[in-house]
Design a protein around this ligand. Sequence first.
Ligand code: FES
Ligand code: FES
Length: 909
Amino acid sequence: MQEKILIVNGFERKLIVDPEAFLSEVLREQLHLVGTKVGCGKGQCGACSVIIDGKVVRACITKIRRVADNANVTTIEGLGNQANLHPLQTAWVVHGAAQCGFCTPGFILSAKGLLDTNPKPTREEVRDWFQKHKNVCRCTGFIPIVDAVMDAAKVLRGEMTLDINHNMPADGNIFGSRAPRPTGVAKVMGQWAFGDDQKLQLPPGTLHLAIVEARVSHANIKGIDYSEALKMPGVHSVITAKDVKGKNRITGLITFPTNKGDGWDRPILCDTKVFQYGDAIALVAADSEKNARAAAEKVKVDLEVLPAYMSAPAAMAEDAIEIHPGTPNVYYEQNHAKGGEVASYFNDPKYEVMGGDYYTQRQPHMPIEPDVGFAYINEEGKVIIHSKSIGLYLHLYMIAPGLGVEPENIVLVQLPTGGTFGYKFSPTMEALVGAAAMATGRPCHLHYNYAQQQYYTGKRSPFWTTGKIAVDKETKKIVASQMEWIVDHGPYSEFGDLVCLRGSQYWMAGYGIPNMRAKGFCVATNHGWGSAFRGYGSPEIMFPSEVLMDEMANKLGMDPLEFRYVNVYRPGDTTPTDQVPDSWTLPEMIDILRPKYKEALANAKKNSTATHKKGVGVAIGIYGSGLDGPDTAGADAELMPDGSVTIYNTWQDHGQGSELSTLGFAHETLKPLGLPMSRIHTVLNDTSKCPNSGPAGGSRSNVVVGNAIVNGCRQLLDAMRKADGTYRTYDEMVKDGLKTRYNGTWTAPCKDCDENGLGNPFACYMYGLFLAEVTVELATGKTQVDKMTLVEDIGTINNRQTVDGQNWGGLAQGVGLALSEDFEDIKKHSSLAGAGVPYIKDIPDQMELIYVESPREHGPYGNSGCGEVPLCGPHPAIINAIHNACGVYIRHLPAYPEKVLAGLKALGK
Ligand code: FES
Ligand code: FES
């Protein structure tokens, strides 16, 4: 230990420190300055950026012994205060640059370091700075962040003024405005307390957990010896499967009866087998995370290692053993049959035929905040679990039998969440912390490091697709399609059948093809388990669809955009599920894009050089807003004694801004009461206080929960309305014996798909038309995306800033899906940088958004969903642009430079 004197945010602090501790640990654990966030913990994300003597440093890789005595350290807590925010903080709120807010303090400190040295940076200089300091945002696509820095610089130079209400609508109409999110100020001040920040608020006696992890991908467990671990400093206990009181399984809630599994395949703590790398075999509970992790290393697990099937083809091999004995590795099959037979079209010279094999990878979500949660037993004996869950009620029912607790005795609460993008549609650690709290009787906290985030949370399921289409040579209309797709869903079956179904729902979506045949297979493997990821099935299948459309256009000698124009939905057409589309705007969207597309083509031609070829690609992306069939949600509206209204729901927040969307719908509906936004309150995401609104996935919330909010508010208004058209006060409601709280509900007027994949599964769809402009460096095969344009029809818009943010963020993840992101090599891909997270210079500063607002019949105030569609089509557009630039089609994602280079070599270029 040594003494260290630091000047922290202007005040002298005398500290006794472990010289080997990192500055982030000293700031967070000793000074409780938790505004300094730790994401990767490896110097790769910039979330922990602080300023030391004028220099921006990453606190997670700065040993405290290297910080000079009397150094001036500035953290986010030293910038502005609530009444007087720093201009950077104000600009962040105004531009919606804090979505989940986890990267925010680090970015703001980094930006301060820039503006202190360069008060008038260009946009490119801002981008260069964030690149150099490795600041990563996974939510925003970086654009609003750069906008915020540019505006803050102007404010600091005295060229403009800005306050947080800059975008508050003057006419008071919140719905359809750019009103800022209410959580913005807490986020820019570093006061939005994420799960690892809340660790420090838990009571004395709280235990910290570490997982005894599987370091192989498939094995039988023969024994566990934790005697040495129990002797390690600070250890309270070791929890194994024997200590779990219930079935010790998380039910996968099998969706379809034809699934050959029973859904009880995922252990809470492994008992007989290890199914994938990182599986939890035991938990060590200790007085600190450090001690728990050190002790976990001492647990000896006796394993009989089995063959590991790391891809769907490997698990489908004839000699492959069953990963879950008794259930075949191919455990679900999905048929798709629309219209008549298709074979004749593929053998008739009247029709042009094109087909191929395609692969979309195991894309990792890469939230900047790694997974975290805690649990305790309350005074009534209930198990209370706080986590990043985006399916609170869903997860409650998935884990209750495994824990051996009646559902009414478990409460799930969502923590402020630093991004999920869908991985938290699956439970991750809820049952682990629950089991530990039940076994020890003490509050238990668990925090993954970033490697665990990568290998022990779900990933996008890889799709192996083989497809072909037949086109009438005269009319250029697609008359038939055929396809087979294989889903590698990892070892746990949860939602595997559902994501497999998505293959048939979105294969060639957007085009009115009369005859379609397809078959899908969902396969258990020993690689990372499959979970939801933005787009959930659509990006996987729209990639082959949209690259194949391009390939066919080339074969026909047609412009790819015009080939699409001939074939997109028009009245009389139906979707792949034989549903009538809810909007006919695709031709209009193409008309809007056409001049931009032509200009981009001309620019690409003009600006290509002998070494750098420019290209342009287009693609369509489509997604339904909802879970299949009669998807239902609840939301309550309550009149409060002071005349304000409180809305209760479980519209879980990934960081997308569900509280603001809730307020938008409520404010619009409650307009007759004349309440300002500040008089509508929200109580969200606690199963003990809020009704079941369903999970926040599949872009369902805006439609299904939105309608439930509108319904609840309307019921309240109806009850308050007097005969003369005025409204009762709270006291009058009580006096008249009227309820003050109303449960709004809404159910989608939809029908699940049948055994042939046909039905009307979704009430509202989202439509995107993507234009990518790229540069390919011929010497290296490296692709740079120069610009993305998205023409989008998502119905009317609730909050414009939220929607812009979702689109920029989704497009940025599409760039990663196309070019760099993967979780295949467990070692290499267990960090953000190793898994190919895009840094700011990988994402274009030009991302143009154009909205075609066609109101939806079933959407609240005409809204459809929003979050998924921007990731449904950017990757095929980029791949098509690479082909346009240099003649290479990449059919196996991601398009690493070496793959493009190999393609160029094969073409003799
Ligand atoms: S760089 Fe420090 S947490 Fe990522
Ligand atoms: S707002 Fe940047 S990571 Fe979420």
